[in-house]
Design a protein around this ligand. Structure first.
Ligand SMILES: Nc1nc2c(c(=O)[nH]1)N[C@H]1C(S)=C(S)[C@@H](COP(=O)(O)O)O[C@H]1N2
Ligand SMILES: [Mo]
Length: 320
């Protein structure tokens, strides 16, 4: 995203309006029927070590009240073929191809640092910490495009609480898998690998912040960050670190991949803000994938009612 200037955006990059019948939307809708205790019991069986991370495995979940309403969902095809995942290439169509054979099972996430109960959790254990929920969120990339994605995941606060942070813990640091053998992008000096991200503890504990393990009713495809990735809907997309292996509770504001590379362009907070331009382009509008007209970008991506209080008294131009 660093290397893009506004004039570099070509119409050839714009995903054509999706006109085919999206089979998966219907499957996701069907998956909602009869969700309850009986369905929840299916999860451990579905998550045997052999199958727990394959994109396209149907998940059982409940619909969350915290979902964004009244937005048309971005089709599965677009969410899974127009990606940023530099470990698998810097072009939007590359991750879908290059991540095909990425091995996401077995997978362990370590929750460590300033916690009383450090944890090493496999994916099945993570999914047992809290019931899976569907969260429909608007997503806004710093480059100017947006989508509406029906994520499946669990609140990050459930995972953090289980580890029992000590009073010293003020921030949460995240890390993607480092495996240049599997991730061709990590063999090149694009970013300082592994990809790292961070949140203030209150942002991490906010009920809107989730760890996603699926979308459109199914486990995550590799290109979208399988088997587990962060989703923070009021922040630019790059905060949503993919394929997470480590979550550390820390005292000081942790470094983040894009801030290390270009501190004047990408700050720690990275809250969606139409009034604070990127140094090389405006952030006032966005293009929803599948549409041609530009929309006005909303403060905190439309989640101001829920999150603005986290930043009261802060200068959001300085803390970009
Ligand atoms: N590990 C890792 N996580 C990442 C990225 C990346 O390159 N590597 N790209 C980020 C950016 S810039 C965006 S916009 C989102 C895109 O998520 P999506 O492809 O699922 O839409 O992932 C974010 N998470
Ligand atoms: Mo992005």
């Amino acid at each position: 995203m660093l290397i893009k200037k506004p004039e570099d955006f070509k119409y050839s990059e714009i995903t054509p309006k999706n006109v085919y019948l999206n089979r998966r939307n219907f499957i996701a809708a069907a998956g909602m029927v009869g969700v309850g205790l009986a369905a929840t019991k299916l999860i451990p069986d579905m998550l045997s070590p052999e199958t727990n991370a394959l994109g396209g495995t149907k998940l059982q979940f409940t619909k969350s009240d915290l979902s964004t309403k009244g937005e048309e969902l971005t089709p599965y095809k677009d969410i899974t073929s127009y990606n940023n995942f530099y470990e698998f290439g810097t072009h939007k169509d590359e991750p879908a191809i290059e991540a095909k054979n990425f091995k996401t099972s077995p997978w362990t996430v370590s929750i460590e640092g300033l916690v009383k109960k450090p944890q090493k959790l496999d994916l099945a254990s993570i999914m047992k910490v809290s019931p899976l929920e569907e969260r429909v969120y608007r997503m806004r990339c710093v480059e100017g495009w947006s989508m509406v994605i029906p994520w499946i995941g669990i609140p990050l606060n459930a995972i953090i609480k289980a580890a029992e942070p000590t009073p010293k813990a003020k921030y949460v640091a995240f890390q993607t898998l480092l495996d240049p053998k599997q991730m061709p992008g990590q063999r090149e000096e694009i970013l300082n690998w592994p990809y790292i991200e961070g949140l203030r503890l209150d942002e991490a504990m906010h009920p809107l912040t989730i760890l996603a393990v699926g979308l459109h009713g199914e486990t995550l495809p590799n290109q979208d960050g399988a088997p587990i990735r962060l989703v923070v809907p009021w922040k630019y997309g790059f905060k949503g670190i993919k394929s997470i292996v480590k979550i550390s509770l820390v005292e000081k504001q942790p470094p983040t991949a894009w801030n290390v590379l270009a501190p004047s362009e990408y700050g720690f907070y990275s809250n969606v803000n139409p009034d604070v331009d990127h140094p090389r382009w405006s952030q006032a509008t966005e293009r929803r994938i599948g549409e041609f007209r530009r929309r006005k970008t909303l403060m905190f991506n439309g989640y101001a009612d829920q999150v603005a209080k986290l930043y009261s008294g802060m200068d959001l131009t300085r803390n970009y």
